[in-house]
Design a protein around this ligand. Structure first.
Ligand SMILES: [Zn+2]
Length: 70
């Protein structure tokens, strides 16, 4: 399965760049240049288990009693 979501690149304080998968929101690579991220981005496959866990967390957060108004 190929990643169809793409990646967000974020510049870190130390000048390196990290690549975050927009499918599973994992930081998949850190490199000094964007070219250095490319091999990891090409080989990354979203972790379905992690994705399912994240979805469950968001769902629980939405249903959390702490969010009740009043
Ligand atoms: Zn992913």
């Amino acid at each position: 399965m190929k990643n169809m979501y793409g990646y967000a690149h974020r510049l870190r304080r130390d000048g390196s760049i990290e690549s975050i998968c927009l499918g599973c929101y994992l930081t998949i690579a850190t490199a000094r240049t964007e070219e250095g991220l490319a091999p990891c981005e090409r080989s990354h496959i979203c972790d379905d288990d992690h994705l399912a866990q994240q979805r469950e967390k968001w769902k629980q957060r939405l249903e959390s009693p702490f969010d009740v108004r009043g």
